[in-house]
Design a protein around this ligand. Structure first.
Ligand SMILES: NC(=O)c1ccc[n+]([C@@H]2O[C@H](COP(=O)([O-])OP(=O)(O)OC[C@H]3O[C@@H](n4cnc5c(N)ncnc54)[C@H](O)[C@@H]3O)[C@@H](O)[C@H]2O)c1
Ligand SMILES: [Zn+2]
Length: 264
């Protein structure tokens, strides 16, 4: 039987993942500090009765060391998310928290067999576009001056032509245009680099616009009102495909509904 640690396992993605692991016969430990911005009503009642729930902050060295004890696979879902002005907190929770966890595993020679870290589409800027003249391009974030003029299009960085949105390939440049995005880059690079150095398999999954039951109603995601509508199923009742939300009639954005540990 495999033993998993799910950091952030009280949250949207982590709690569904914990449920799935329990169903598949894993022994699951959840480490979550019940971040007050997310869990304003305290410990949620959806935490699986069959997991070992540890309320604690992954930034605390003792806490993360104890949480990693006798674990085979780490699913690192805990993060401070959204678009808040607390620069230091993002870096402390996401970047430092991840770095310290990796350091503890090495220092204590823990027999972790694999690490899966939750990264984000936030590591990209505008994603990929197809320019009629230059093919696949990766435009920078639209300048505020352009948006003020009511021009919502994503233009080619070479010739300025309007691009057509295209699936963003994994090898697209990563940067991070927000502090949150920067720390997601940190998290995935730290985990992947460390995994390579240590010979431990490591995976970074770049989630995008995930929503569903258990999503915090205090979510700081700027898409929150729309995601909430999806979560409530109201758009589905209106027979709108809940996975697609058309923005200003030009661009489409895809949402992943999280339930039973899978995106649907
Ligand atoms: N939901 C999305 O659309 C989305 C998109 C891209 C990436 N992600 C990433 O996926 C992961 C899970 O996201 P989610 O939507 O489930 O978020 P969530 O806020 O619902 O869950 C995150 C959990 O982490 C916990 N946490 C925060 N700081 C902690 C700390 N210092 N110590 C211990 N626990 C802490 C919170 O209490 C919360 O329960 C995050 O890493 C997030 O960056 C989410
Ligand atoms: Zn072009």
């Amino acid at each position: 039987m495999k033993r998993a640690l799910v950091t952030g396992g009280a949250g949207l993605i982590g709690s569904h993942l914990a449920d799935l692991l329990v169903r598949e016969g894993w022994t699951v430990r959840v480490l979550d500090n019940l971040e007050p911005q997310t869990h304003r009503r305290g410990k949620p009642d959806w935490i699986n009765k069959h997991v070992e729930f540890v309320e604690g902050d992954l930034r605390d060295r003792e806490t993360i060391s104890a949480a990693l004890d006798k674990i085979d696979v780490v699913f690192h879902e805990a993060a401070y998310g959204g678009y808040m002005p607390e620069i230091a907190k993002y870096v402390h929770v996401n970047s430092f928290g991840t770095a310290q966890m990796l350091e503890v595993i090495r220092e204590k020679k823990l027999s972790i067999q694999k690490i899966i870290v939750a990264s984000s589409q936030a590591v990209y800027s505008e994603g990929a576009g197809i320019c009629p003249n230059h093919g696949l391009v990766f435009p920078p974030v639209r300048p505020i001056q352009q948006l003020r003029k009511g021009d919502w299009q994503v233009h080619c960085p070479i010739c300025g032509a309007i691009t057509k949105s295209a699936p963003t390939p994994e090898n697209a440049p990563v940067g991070g245009e927000t502090v949150y995005g920067l720390t997601k880059v940190d998290q995935e690079k730290l985990v992947l680099l460390w995994g390579k150095q240590m010979g431990i398999p490591a995976v970074a999954l770049r989630y995008s616009c995930t929503y569903g039951p258990r999503q915090s109603i205090f979510d700081r995601n700027f898409l929150h009102p729309v995601a909430q509508q999806f979560a409530a199923g109201s758009l589905r009742r209106r027979r709108t495909d809940p996975r697609l939300f058309v923005c200003r009639g030009h661009r489409a954005r895809e949402f992943a509904r999280r339930r039973n540990g899978q995106a649907r």
